[in-house]
Design a protein around this ligand. Structure first.
Ligand code: AMP
Length: 217
C-alpha cells in the first residue's frame, strides 16, 4: 500500500487517526514525537536536551530528527508501507525527507492534511489524557471521548496521564510553530499533487471514514 503522511496542527487528532490506520492496515506508525518522548526519558545529555525542548513546545534540532527517521524507515517493516506522523515539520525537513525517500527507493504516498481551527484545538488540548500502558487517548473536556472513570483507561485499566506539553502556554507556542514552520510544507506537497485534505472538526469515527476513503482509493 501507499505510504501515508499526516500533517495537522497540534491536538488535531493525527495520533488517533494514525492508530486507527495501524489497526486496519497493520503498517508501522512512525511518530517522531513518540520517538523523541522515549529519548527524553534517557539519562544523557541528549535526553536532557530533548526533554527540555519538548516541554517548551519548540522543535528539536533537524539533524537529530533526520538520523532517527532514516534509521527507522530503513527497517524491513517499512518496506510495504508506513505512516509517518510529525515529520516533516518544516520545509528544510521536507526537502531532506525527499532525499531520504530517494535513497531508500520509497514514494511519498498520500499526504493527508487534517484541517481544524485554533479555538477547537485549545479546548481539546487541555483535556487530553493518554494511557500509560496501551497509549489510548481520551478527552475529559468532551463527553464522547471522556474516560468512564477519571484517570483510568477504559480499554486496559491503565493509568491516564497528561503530556507535559499539553498546557495552554505550550499549545500556543506549538500552534505558532505550526503556522510559521509547518504550514509552508503544505504547498510543497500540493505542488507534487499528493496532498489530500480532510475536515478534522468531527468525531474520531467520521474523520477516520474520510481518511480511509483516501487510503483505499
Ligand atoms: P508531536 O507528538 O508530534 O506533537 O510532537 C511533540 C514534540 O516533539 C514537538 O512539539 C517537538 O518538540 C518535537 N518534535 C516532533 N517531531 C518533530 C520534528 N519532526 N522536528 C522537530 N521536533 C519534533
Amino acid at each position: 500500500m501507499k505510504n501515508i503522511m499526516f500533517i495537522a496542527p497540534p491536538a488535531a487528532g493525527k495520533g488517533t487517526q494514525a492508530e486507527l490506520v495501524v489497526e486496519k492496515y497493520h503498517i508501522p506508525h512512525i511518530s517522531t514525537g513518540d520517538i523523541l518522548r522515549e529519548i527524553a526519558k534517557e539519562d544523557s545529555e541528549i535526553g536532557q536536551y530533548v526533554y527540555e525542548t519538548l516541554a517548551s513546545g519548540k522543535l528539536v534540532k533537524d539533524e537529530i530528527t533526520y538520523q532517527l527517521i532514516e534509521e527507522r524507515l530503513a527497517r524491513d517493516d517499512c518496506k510495504n508501507g508506513y505512516i509517518i506522523d510529525g515529520f516533516p515539520r518544516n520545509i528544510e525537513q521536507a526537502i531532506e525527507y525527499d532525499k531520504i525517500l530517494e535513497k531508500l527507493g520509497y514514494e511519498v504516498g498520500n499526504v493527508i492534511l487534517i484541517n481544524i481551527d485554533e479555538k477547537t484545538l485549545e479546548k481539546r488540548i487541555t483535556g487530553r489524557r493518554i494511557c500509560e500502558d496501551c497509549k489510548s487517548i481520551f478527552n475529559i473536556n468532551d463527553v464522547a471521548s471522556a474516560p468512564k472513570v477519571e484517570s483510568v483507561c477504559d480499554n486496559c485499566g491503565g493509568k491516564l496521564y497528561q503530556r507535559n506539553d499539553d498546557n495552554l502556554e505550550s499549545f500556543q507556542t506549538r500552534y505558532q510553530m505550526y503556522k510559521e514552520k509547518t504550514e509552508p510544507i503544505i504547498d510543497h506537497y500540493r505542488e507534487k499533487n499528493v496532498l489530500k485534505e480532510v475536515n478534522g472538526d468531527d468525531t474520531v469515527e467520521n474523520v477516520f471514514k474520510r481518511v480511509d476513503a483516501i487510503i483505499s482509493e
